[in-house]
Design a binder for this molecule. Structure first.
Ligand code: PLP
Length: 412
């Protein structure tokens, strides 16, 4: 039986998460399928940031570092994110970007395995992860190498020369999800550490760092956590490793006594040594609003809706766009699928530009991927219908062939 808009509307009427949509401000006429790249704006963010600007900063001035709890924000928001990813209180810290946190966590990992020189990752990992690894290896100048393989080759690539297995849980390109527990076990069996990038996982798919035995992790604040553009990222260090962790960036706020202004570095205890410099208070306040919303949504319901929406979207493309050569790149097996659908098409860039002009916002990833992120907190099922009808219209009328959709812009 083929799907209709009415079928999808019926799903919206019984959706236990439907009321979360009202917590977000989305423009009229937009179907937003890019929350995996920049999450939508929670309505409460503007008032919260305004209060921090006007009262805490404007009136409290420097007193607010103590009185408004600013100093504690990175750890407080970290503990909240920890609840979303199976990390105990005192094991997650928020600050810096995902790229910088990767540098820190990779540095910690390599220092914990001083006699090993190999970093294993996936050839199609997000480039910043690989660039950061290359850069750190060059800086250390101790002969560290990056061993990049295809996902199916991973178990065989992990041997007793490997210091750390650095993987992104859900691949940005394909939406494929690794078995975190199994690969972490494999890493540990070889004596290596496991470092997970949760950029496309936190707030989108179930993650249990503790149950998986993960050693280190990083993740992003502006994707499914809806923290706003450039929101600070987070990092995780397993409690058992915290006192042994040596960070490659030793800033004053990670010092045991920052306000003693000692001339030489002594690490703070626990996760506090992960802090580097002064926290970005305005961005942290905005991020906390997004995280608080995610904490209200039961993860089993989020996951069920996300899997339903990704499956429905793929099915609708098959049903409505059969005559064009869209190739489903994302896994059909729900156990291996994150919260996005990637379609390959030779003219993907221009097609996506034409879709965006119609208010259906996804994105393009080189060389040929149309990427559609499903954010179950605020995406309605009926919008999937509208998105696929827009795709059909763009193809049918050759709309994508217009010259203005061909020129590559800086951000794709
Ligand atoms: C989005 C993303 C990042 C982003 O890093 P920034 O430092 O925030 O630019 C890093 N890694 C992965 C896997 C990502 O998906």
């Amino acid at each position: 039986m083929s799907l209709t808009r009415a079928t999808l509307e019926a799903l919206d009427r019984t959706d236990p998460l439907a009321h979360f949509r009202d917590l977000f401000a989305l423009p009229e006429g937009v179907v937003y399928l890019d929350g995996n790249s920049l999450g939508a704006r929670p309505r409460a963010t503007a008032a919260r940031v305004a209060a921090v600007v006007e009262r805490e900063w404007g009136e409290g001035l420097i007193r607010s570092w103590n009185d408004a709890g600013w100093m504690n924000l990175p750890a407080r928001v970290g503990d909240k994110i920890g609840r979303l990813v199976g990390a105990p209180a005192g094991s997650v810290m928020v600050g810096d970007s995902t790229s910088v946190n990767l540098f820190k966590m990779l540095g910690v990992a390599l220092a914990l395995r001083p006699d090993r020189r190999v970093i294993v990752s996936e050839r199609r990992n997000f480039p910043t992860d690989l660039y950061v690894a290359e850069g750190l290896a060059a800086l250390l100048a101790q002969g560290h190498t990056l061993r990049l393989v295809e996902p199916e080759e991973l178990p065989h690539a992990i041997d007793d020369r490997v210091a750390v297995v650095m993987l992104t849980h859900v691949n940005y390109h394909t939406g494929a999800m690794h078995d975190m527990a199994a690969l972490t076990r494999r890493a540990h069996a070889a004596g290596a550490l496991a470092l997970w990038d949760l950029a496309h996982s936190a707030g989108a798919v179930p993650v249990d760092l503790t149950a998986a035995g993960a050693d280190l992790a990083v993740g992003c604040g502006y994707k499914y956590l809806n923290g706003g553009p450039g929101a600070p990222a987070f990092l995780y260090v397993a409690p058992a490793l915290q006192e042994r962790a040596r960070y490659p960036i030793t800033g004053w706020l990670g010092h045991a006594a920052p306000f003693a202004f000692e001339p030489s570095y002594r690490p703070a205890g626990g996760i506090a040594r992960a802090l580097v410099g002064t926290p970005p208070v305005l961005s942290l306040a905005a991020l906390e609003v997004g995280v608080d919303i995610a904490l209200q949504a039961p993860m089993d319901q989020l996951r069920a809706k996300s899997l339903r929406q990704t499956a429905l979207f793929a099915e609708l493309v098959g049903q409505e766009c059969r005559e064009w050569e869209f190739h489903l790149v994302s896994p059909t097996d729900p156990a291996h699928r994150g919260s996005q659908v990637s379609l390959a098409h030779p003219r993907a860039y221009a097609i996506m530009q034409a879709l965006i002009a119609r208010g259906v916002i996804g994105d393009f990833r080189a060389p040929n991927i149309l990427r559609f992120g499903m954010t179950p907190l605020y995406l309605r099922h009926a919008e999937l219908w509208d998105a696929v009808q827009a795709l059909r219209a763009v193809m049918q009328d050759g709309e994508w062939e217009r010259p203005e959709y061909q020129a590559r812009r800086a951000v794709t």
